[in-house]
Write a protein that binds this ligand. Structure first.
Ligand code: SF4
Length: 272
């Protein structure tokens, strides 16, 4: 649970919580569940409980030990806003994100109602990006809840994309990620669904990141759309980003820098 991630839109994962329960069709072939069960079978002590929700208090300070700035995906193996995660623990996670100001934290949830409910009780520094997952138009209301969250960057993860999303409410959204499902039971994504989302993003001026077509493995179908990669990143609303030692990061530098592609091979779809 740490440094280096195979997920194309992040640098590292941080899992102070592991395990989750399913809430919607996008969860059906949850990558985190498959990986957790595999890690338990391999005897990994962090996954003794398999995919049962577990707090790992000793992992809370991990980002504070990473000195170089990273994009950190928070809870790639769970959902921070799962109903069983105590409010006090969520606050502790936010305290770490506030203290580790040199990193950018990417928090993604399917529990959009809970993040909105708790939003006023939490502090939202500019280095915390909040996203929601939406897999079909039935779950578009998650976006409405996200729009009430005062995060500096609000983003959508439309993965695994399981249907068309013709009317995305993109006003107030800073970034859209799209991906097809991967894994042995992956459900196919339709090219027209992806094109339509890209075109909506272009029309609204929202950065669009196409992660993968999916298939048996994350890389099986490649990740080009209409002959090119789509690796756009959000322009953080707050221009001044953290300074660490002699490393300065600015919003424009983040926009300009390419994502670290092609690292590792083991990673699948992200979850949540
Ligand atoms: S981690 Fe995400 S995809 Fe997996 S069960 Fe939880 S909410 Fe669903």
């Amino acid at each position: 649970m740490g440094d280096n991630s195979a997920i194309e839109w992040t640098d590292a994962t941080w899992n102070p919580i592991t395990g989750c329960t399913k809430v919607s069709p996008g969860c059906k072939n949850c990558y985190a569940e498959r990986l957790a069960l595999r890690l338990r079978a391999m005897g990994n002590p962090r996954y003794r409980a398999g995919f049962k929700m577990t707090l790992h208090r000793d992992q809370l300070d991990l980002p504070l030990r990473w000195r170089q700035p990273k994009r950190v995906f928070v809870n790639s193996m769970s959902d921070l806003f799962h109903e069983a995660v105590p409010e006090s623990f969520i606050r502790d996670v936010f305290e770490v994100m506030i203290s580790a100001h040199w990193h950018t934290f990417q928090v993604l949830t399917k529990r959009a109602e809970r993040v909105r409910r708790l939003a006023t009780l939490l502090s939202w520094p500019s280095n915390v990006w909040q996203g929601v997952s939406v897999e079909t138009s039935r779950y578009i209301s998650r976006i409405k809840y996200l729009l009430d969250v005062p995060a500096s960057v609000r983003f959508l993860s439309l993965e695994p994309l399981l249907g068309p999303l013709p009317d995305l409410p993109l006003d107030g959204i800073d970034w859209v990620i799209v991906g097809g499902e991967s894994g042995p039971k992956s459900r196919p994504v339709n090219t027209e669904w992806v094109r339509d989302i890209r075109d909506q993003c272009k029309g609204a001026g929202v950065p669009f990141f196409f992660k993968q077509w999916g298939g048996r493995s994350p890389k099986a179908g490649g990740r080009t759309l209409d002959g090119r990669l789509w690796d756009e990143l959000p322009a953080a609303r707050q221009q001044a980003l953290p300074f660490v030692g002699n490393v300065t990061t600015t919003a424009s530098a983040i926009v300009a820098s390419p994502f670290r592609l092609g690292r590792l091979s083991a990673g699948g779809s992200h979850r949540t």
